[in-house]
Design a protein around this ligand. Structure first.
Ligand SMILES: *[C@@H]1O[C@H](CO)[C@@H](O)[C@H](O)[C@H]1NC(C)=O
Ligand SMILES: *[C@@H]1O[C@H](CO)[C@@H](O)[C@H](O)[C@H]1NC(C)=O
Ligand SMILES: *[C@@H]1O[C@H](CO)[C@@H](O)[C@H](O)[C@H]1NC(C)=O
Ligand SMILES: *[C@@H]1O[C@H](CO)[C@@H](O)[C@H](O)[C@H]1NC(C)=O
Ligand SMILES: *[C@@H]1O[C@H](CO)[C@@H](O)[C@H](O)[C@H]1NC(C)=O
Length: 895
């Protein structure tokens, strides 16, 4: 399993490094440097706003991860392959309020698995494989308010399974295999606070109100749709507070037994959904009678029978004002379809294959405010809409409309929202919007508009705040093109083919705050001061994916945004043009309130260190996907408020710049796929506020240089290092492919104790060796000392080669002097005729003794050493016995 790592610990290489590190550790301990920076990483999840997100993990999770910190309030485990929830999985998450485990393969939940989740409010177990809900399953969830267990295949529910859920407000147990309403009764009788119950798509065949009587009086929303009801009986008063009731989508083969007797039920229902119901009209009519005084909204989507009659009868209910009739195959709307719908204010006819509408089809709806005709097959704006003087919202999106006439919206003086997106409109007439004096939102995106002439020039649309023209075929924005839109706040022109912005093209847009120009053919010469200087209120300017490429090594003459002092967000990333670029150092001049600057993927080679001198408020900087290679700390000096930094894919070789950049407020940093392989404490330490670090796709050096980083990543609790357990080693070669966090750093952290132990041991041993040597080898040592000195002087005097003044040099001890004078001297000088060198007679006074000795040796052909045997000295005068000893030594120059 990928989660049970740590077994494959590998011994580190390069012992010298440990030594270096040990010394560093020693020094650190001595100086008492305690570093407060902390970090952590989760194996399969990341934390965002105190929610642990483990959804859609790769590889898929097979069990609940064990390393979720106890501080999280949300946990998302959806879209994995968890099969079982164990008793200990959620033991230590006392603050968790939201738990999502939907779309897994859970078939088993251990007893008490949720018992410690005392704060849990929402639990989502949708789309799993639970077949049975045991009695103790939800024990401990006393604060739970929402429970979703849709699409599981639940057949069996123990009568006490829900007894702990005393706070539950919403229960969705739809698309399971429950088939007796008594099951539902067993469930909901324990839920005094339940308001919203969904049991659609089960196998219920009977609905008898007495089976549910007094089990949940407070229910306000009930969805029992898509069940194969054969019997539907409401004969007792139930659900006095019910406001939303969905009984649509019965797919009963047999003829249904339907009995709704005159009861007070359901006197409060305001929204009724009978979509797809197959029921005799008479039955439906009696049912509608019982909601006569409360019904406001009626949904009759995908109806097979009786639509006209049902519309008519429901429209006799005086309170009924909203009619939703989606996915009905209407094709042509006759003049009388809505003749009784005089109180309807909101009509939704989406997805109904409508091609034609009779001119007077809506004439009786004198109060209609919202009309939705989207996703139909209309070829033009239907004249029928003109006869609705009260219309405020008209949705004609996703039809086949090709042209707009001058009369299409004539007299619609109350219209506020007009949706014409995703049609085939190619041009706009100057007169087309002339009467829409109240219009606020105009959506024209996804058409084929190449020109809009003077449609927005005249002050026809004085209240328009939002205009969407994206996804059309515009190439040029003419001068004063939007001059009539004095209230416009948002203008989207992205995904056109705009190449040319004429001088003054945004004149008059003094209220504009949001301008979207991304994905056009705009190049750097189009970005002129004259184009933007009228947009004095602009907050966001998006110029992504155009053809802008600057190549300045210093400042430019007229910086284009210098009048946009309110601009907060500027994006110029992702330019198509090939070749390297350099931004002018004063490009951002005037942007004193800029908060976000994005210049991702613009083939930048470097950034001038003055780049941000004009933007002291900058909080988010994205320079990812460029060829910058090196960042200097000076670049960041003017922007000390920076909170997020994106420096992915810029071939950075190290994060060295962080040491001096002073980014103490930086909260998150993304530095994916760069070329650095070691992170050090001095780089991370200045980032006092860092809580999120994303280094995905870098390759690391797995040796003790990264020991600090590995330890920091694993053990600290402030900075989250995203996906650290998947970081891989690239160096040294024999560890290539190993996970960084599997690298064993224990050998890097040699402790002080160990060093003390080693040094003490060495000293004791040395002392012992010296003592032993002194005791047993004293004489040999003295001998060796002199031998050594002699060698030294030998080499020094090699060239002197003085003539031999003496036949022999006598080396003797003072104790032996009488013997040498009285016996040796007469014998050798007198009898043999040798000339001897004796120190008391022949040494030069004042000359150092060592030099005297060596000179004497060099001046003699032989050296005679007179040694004394202890026994002889003790006994007094054993002189004669000495002769063989010195004669035998007369073989070379030295003794
Ligand atoms: C509900 O949550 C609060 C804290 O949020 C806790 O004190 C209380 O004990 C919980 N109630 C139950 C029934 O678990
Ligand atoms: C409803 O409540 C009454 C008394 O209030 C009780 O006699 C009856 O059994 C209850 N019905 C159900 C289905 O629980
Ligand atoms: C609702 O009540 C009104 C009278 O208030 C009546 O005219 C109408 O027919 C009733 N509609 C239904 C569906 O019962
Ligand atoms: C608009 O209203 C005026 C008078 O209110 C009327 O004369 C004119 O015919 C109407 N135009 C259309 C197209 O309905
Ligand atoms: C985080 O680390 C700090 C410093 O060691 C410690 O005081 C604090 O209790 C830790 N917090 C958690 C939630 O572990």
């Amino acid at each position: 399993m990928g989660h049970e790592v740590k077994e494959n610990k590998t011994m580190p290489r390069g012992r010298a490094k440990y030594f270096k590190l040990s010394i560093m550790f020693l020094l650190l301990n001595i100086d008492n440097v305690v570093v407060p920076v902390r970090g952590f990483s989760l194996r399969s999840c990341r934390i965002s706003y105190s929610t642990a997100i483990c959804a859609k993990s790769r590889p898929s999770l097979k069990a609940v991860p064990k390393d979720i910190p106890p501080t999280v309030t949300g946990l998302d485990l959806s879209l994995n392959k968890i099969t079982k929830i164990q008793g200990s999985d959620f033991k230590n998450l006392p603050l968790l309020t939201q738990l999502e485990i939907d779309r897994n393969m859970i078939s088993q939940i251990d007893t008490g698995a949720f018992a410690n989740l005392i704060s849990l409010k929402n639990l989502n177990l949708n789309n799993n494989k639970l077949h049975e809900l045991r009695a103790d399953l939800f024990d401990g969830l006393g604060n739970l308010t929402e429970l979703r267990i849709r699409s599981n295949g639940i057949k069996v529910v123990a009568s006490t399974s829900f007894k702990s859920l005393t706070s539950l407000k919403l229960l969705d147990i739809s698309f399971n295999r429950l088939n007796h309403l008594t099951n539902v009764h067993a469930i909901i009788q324990h839920l005094p606070n339940l308001k919203d119950l969904s049991i659609y798509g089960n196998g219920f065949t009977t609905f008898n109100s007495w089976e549910l009587t007094n089990s949940s009086l407070g229910l306000t929303s009930l969805d029992v749709s898509q069940n194969p009801f054969g019997v539907f009986n409401i004969t007792t008063d139930i659900f006095p507070d019910l406001t939303r009731f969905n009984i649509g989508g019965f797919h009963s083969k047999q003829h249904m037994k339907w009995e709704v007797r005159n009861t007070t039920f359901p006197s409060q229902v305001s929204t009724l959904d009978i979509s797809g119901i197959e029921l005799a009209f008479g039955h439906m009519k009696t049912f509608l009678e019982s909601v006569n005084s409360s019904l406001i909204s009626m949904r009759m989507n995908s109806m097979k029978y009786n639509l006209t009659a049902l519309i008519n009868v429901s429209c006799t209910i005086p309170t009924m004002s909203t009619l939703q009739l989606r996915r009905n195959k209407l094709h042509f709307i006759r003049s009388n379809l809505f003749k009784l719908s005089i109180n309807v204010t909101e009509l939704d006819l989406a997805e109904s294959r409508i091609k034609n509408i009779h001119d007077e089809a809506f004439a009786s709806m004198q109060g209609l405010k919202i009309l939705t005709l989207s996703r139909n097959s209309l070829h033009s704006v239907p004249p029928a809409t003109k006869y609705i003087p009260t219309l405020e919202e008209l949705d004609l999106s996703k039809n086949n409309i090709t042209t707009l006439g001058c009369q299409d919206f004539a007299n619609m003086t109350k219209l506020k929202h007009l949706r014409l997106f995703n049609n085939f409109i190619s041009a706009l007439n100057d007169c087309v919007f002339k009467d829409l004096i109240q219009l606020q939102v105009l959506k024209l995106q996804g058409n084929h508009i190449c020109k809009f002439g003077g449609a927005f020039k005249k002050p026809n649309l004085p209240n328009l705040t939002q205009l969407r023209l994206n996804g059309n075929g515009l190439t040029t924005i003419q001068s004063e093109a939007f001059n009539g839109l004095q209230s416009l706040q948002m203008l989207s022109l992205h995904e056109n083919k705009i190449k040319n912005l004429e001088d003054g093209c945004f004149i008059g847009l003094t209220d504009l705050t949001d301008l979207q120009l991304q994905s056009n053919n705009i190049n750097q010469s189009v970005i002129r001061q004259e184009v933007f200087n009228h947009l004095t209120n602009l907050r966001r300017l998006d110029l992504r994916t155009n053809h802008i490429r600057y190549n300045y090594s210093s400042a430019m003459p007229n910086p284009p945004f210098s009048k946009l002092s309110h601009l907060q967000i500027l994006a110029i990333p992702g330019q198509h043009r090939r070749g390297k670029s350099l931004l002018p150092s004063n490009l951002l001049q005037g942007l004193t309130n800029l908060l976000v600057f994005n210049t991702r993927n613009t083939q930048l080679l470097s950034l001038s260190k003055d780049m941000f001198n004009h933007t002291p408020q900058l909080q988010i900087l994205d320079i990812s996907s460029n060829d910058i290679v090196d960042l200097s700390p000076e670049l960041f000096f003017p922007i000390q408020n920076l909170k997020s930094l994106y420096i992915s894919r810029i071939s950075l070789r190290s994060l060295d710049f962080l040491k001096d950049a002073g980014l103490t407020k930086l909260e998150s940093m993304q530095a994916r796929k760069n070329a650095f392989s070691v992170l050090s404490e001095d780089e991370m330490d200045p980032l006092k506020a860092l809580v999120y670090l994303d280094l995905l796709g870098n390759s690391f050096t797995c040796d003790c240089d990264n020991a600090w980083f590995i330890n920091w990543t694993e053990n600290s609790n402030k900075t989250q290092v995203f996906d650290a357990y998947n970081f891989e080693c690239n160096y040294p070669p024999d560890l290539k492919g190993m996970k960084l966090l599997d690298f064993d750093i224990r050998f890097c952290k040699v402790s002080t104790d160990f060093i003390c132990f080693v040094s003490t041991t060495c000293m004791v041993l040395l002392f012992m060796v010296v003592s032993f040597t002194y005791h047993f080898l004293r004489w040999q040592l003295t001998y060796a000392y002199y031998y050594f000195l002699a060698l030294l002087f030998d080499s020094k005097n090699q060239n002197k080669q003085a003539a031999n003044l003496y036949d022999a040099f006598i080396s003797y001890n003072t104790h032996d002097e009488p013997w040498v004078i009285q016996e040796l001297l007469p014998k050798l000088e007198g009898e043999q005729g040798w000339r001897l060198c004796l120190h008391h007679r022949d040494f030069e006074p004042g000359k150092p003794i060592i030099e005297n000795i060596t000179d004497a040796i060099y001046a003699s052909r032989k050296t005679i050493c007179v040694t004394v045997e202890d026994t002889s000295r003790v006994s007094g005068a054993p002189e004669r016995s000495r002769w063989p000893a010195f004669v035998s030594s007369m073989s070379g120059r030295t003794c």
